[in-house]
Design a protein around this ligand. Structure first.
Ligand code: GDP
Ligand code: MG
Length: 609
């Protein structure tokens, strides 16, 4: 049976090492699944005295006002008869205290370390283990006493702060409440009973402790309370006689005090019939027994909590990834893996599976055709303009045949307009690709840990996109220039000839007036329309060829080449981990280890029955 409680003791200490303590509501902690006993009551109700007499040693700080300003988690460990008592603090792992007055001093000092000398309180518990042949295995939590008003040096909120702190322990359904009430006070006004009633209305996990029975007025007794008539609890009330202040001043020792307490109950005719169920020793025994049964009942829940935590931690660790290796080969390998992970995500964006790649087709299907339509050919091929270009190129004299130079100039200048939409398509696709790189970097889970490498991959990818853009620009411009360099003369030959004489000679153009120039304008317009149709198809091909296909094939090629030349140091720098994540991984690993050993311990206890 004792193994059960020492198991809980071990797990509780693990919780504090992990920074998990009862008052921390933020995370469902292991602590919260463990049973414990909290001592609750008004100031000077006798809490410290009860704790000390359960332990059988004087070691708690005393004084007026709130002396207990941090929770004290007191773990009692029974050791073999004849061995020397000693105490240990969790915050002073290697120090054994055999002088208990030094324990008291350390509690005071450690309280002040956290709260300063002010009368402030802190929810961070002090852990104290006491090893003694005279105790039973038990975990007790001493809490600041409930108070009604703030005193010197305390904020007004202190009354509420203390109540909140107490509630952070006693609200938990697996916390047993040691409700300390002084017998010389009406039980109806007891602070401890009030708290217990709030959180444990059925009285199932409350132990009523009536102190100061020796201080009751002559002619009165505590039987109404002790026999459950005043306030009924599941577990019977236990009456206690602690040392009075005078006893303390006279240094009456604990053994003598216990002896006197026993005598008080056996020799007092009011209480003799209850004597075997009164006193601090009895209280310690029933508490321990009760705690054991509670723990036993809770083992499955604790085990499943631990297993769940282990699963969560393992999943988180897998998510955070393995620690980075130190040798250059492995680092290079890791970097390449990460690049590939990014590349995979990027390709999914382009090939479907992830959104965004379709934006490229919006460029080809809508933006490019719209830009082509907007080319101001009507204005450029207006009668006025055609006339002036032709007369400038071929002179004002009547042409024998079609004005060759004028045609060419009109065609070239019209085709020049296509450079704009061609470049705009290149740029638009460039920005789509750039955005996809940004998205892919953000979406590559594996990269999250490595801000430096993330930055380098982003820079390398953008640099590559810039190169592809230049190449694409050259290619698409070349397509446009090619259209100007060689005109498909056949196109014009097939056009209906203008005013041709029966003999086959063209009539002098001048005779024709404006109609002649209008026809030239419309001939050029239909030629340019044909070219526009061609470019509408060939520009996307060039853009996909130079930018999209290259991005898919060789986005990081240049980066890879450079990687090969890097020194070990530089590789390590690229893998500089995000410090927050690194810390988180270490924390997870530490917790995991603790939970795993807790699981092993529970398994062992379950098997030993
Ligand atoms: P706490 O503030 O609740 O921790 O109360 P203490 O344990 O410090 O007790 C306050 C005072 O009441 C001390 O002077 C104790 O000696 C005294 N006291 C506590 N319990 C008893 C008791 O059962 N009988 C007598 N006579 N005095 C007691
Ligand atoms: Mg006290």
């Amino acid at each position: 049976m004792d193994t059960l409680i020492s198991l809980v003791n071990r797990i509780q200490r693990a919780c504090t090492l992990l920074g998990d303590h009862g008052a921390d509501h933020a995370s469902a902690s292991l602590w919260e699944s463990l049973p414990s006993v909290a001592v609750v009551g008004g100031q000077s109700s006798g809490k410290s005295s009860v704790l000390e007499s359960i332990v059988g040693r004087d070691f708690l700080p005393r004084g007026s006002g709130i002396v207990t300003r941090r929770p004290l988690v007191l773990q009692l460990h029974r050791i073999e008869e004849g061995l020397q008592d000693y105490a240990e603090f969790l915050h002073l792992p290697k120090k054994r205290f055999t002088d208990f007055s030094m324990v008291r001093k350390e509690i005071e000092d450690e309280t002040n370390r956290m709260t300063g000398k002010s009368n402030q309180i802190s929810p961070v518990p002090i852990h104290l283990s006491i090893y003694s042949p005279n105790v039973v295995n038990l975990t007790l939590i001493d809490l600041p006493g409930l108070t009604k008003i703030a005193v010197e040096g305390q904020p007004e909120s202190i009354v509420q702060d203390i109540e909140n702190l107490i509630h952070s322990y006693v609200d938990k359904p697996n916390c047993l409440i040691l409700a300390i009430t002084p017998a010389n006070q009406d039980v109806a006004t007891s602070d401890a009973v009030k708290v217990s009633r709030q959180v444990d209305p059925a009285g199932e996990r409350t132990f009523g402790v009536l102190t100061k029975i020796d201080l009751m007025d002559r002619g009165t007794n505590a039987l109404d309370v002790l026999e459950g008539r005043s306030y009924r609890l599941r577990n019977p009330w236990v009456g206690i006689v602690n040392r009075s202040q005078e006893d303390i001043n006279r240094k009456v020792d604990m053994i003598a005090a216990r002896q006197r307490e026993r005598e008080f109950f056996t020799s007092n005719s009011d209480y003799a019939h209850l004597a075997s169920k009164m006193g601090s020793e009895y209280l310690a025994r029933i508490l321990s027994k009760h705690l054991e049964s509670v723990i036993r009942a809770r083992i499955p829940a604790i085990a499943s909590f631990i297993n769940r935590s282990i699963d969560d931690l393992e999943a988180e660790l897998a998510h955070l990834g393995r620690p980075v290796s130190v040798d250059a080969g492995a680092q290079l390998y890791t970097i390449l893996e990460l690049c590939r992970a990014f590349d995979r995500v990027f390709k999914e964006h382009l090939d479907g599976g992830r959104p965004g790649g379709d934006r490229i087709y919006v460029v080809f299907d809508y933006q490019l055709p719209a830009a082509l339509r907007k080319i101001p050919l009507d204005r450029h091929l207006s009668l006025q303009n055609v006339k002036s270009v032709i007369s400038e190129a071929d002179g004002y004299q009547p042409h024998l045949i079609a004005p060759e130079q004028g045609y060419r100039r009109l065609l070239e200048s019209s085709l020049n307009y296509f450079k704009g939409p061609a470049q705009a398509s290149v740029d638009a696709v460039h920005f789509v690709l750039k955005e996809l790189v940004r998205k892919s970097i953000a979406e590559t889970e594996e990269l999250k840990r490595f801000p430096t490498l993330k930055g380098e991959i982003a820079a390398a990818a953008n640099e590559a996109l810039e190169r592809f853009r230049e190449d694409s620009k050259k290619t698409t411009l070349r397509l446009v220039e090619m259209e100007s360099s060689y005109i498909t003369v056949d196109f014009f030959r097939k056009l209906p000839q203008e005013v041709v004489n029966k003999g086959g000679n063209p009539a002098p153009a001048s005779v024709d007036g404006d109609g002649h120039f209008q026809r030239i304008g419309s001939n050029v317009l239909s030629y340019v329309g044909m070219v526009s149709e061609t470019l509408r198809n060939s520009i996307p091909k060039a853009v996909v060829h130079c930018q999209v296909r290259e991005a898919k094939r060789s986005l990081l090629d240049h980066f890879y080449t450079q990687l090969g030349k890097k020194e070990e140091m530089q590789l390590a720098q690229m893998l500089d981990e995000d410090s927050v994540l690194m810390e988180r991984r270490q924390q997870c690993a530490k917790r995991l280890e603790l939970y795993r050993s807790a699981r092993d311990e529970i398994d062992a206890v379950c098997w030993s029955g």
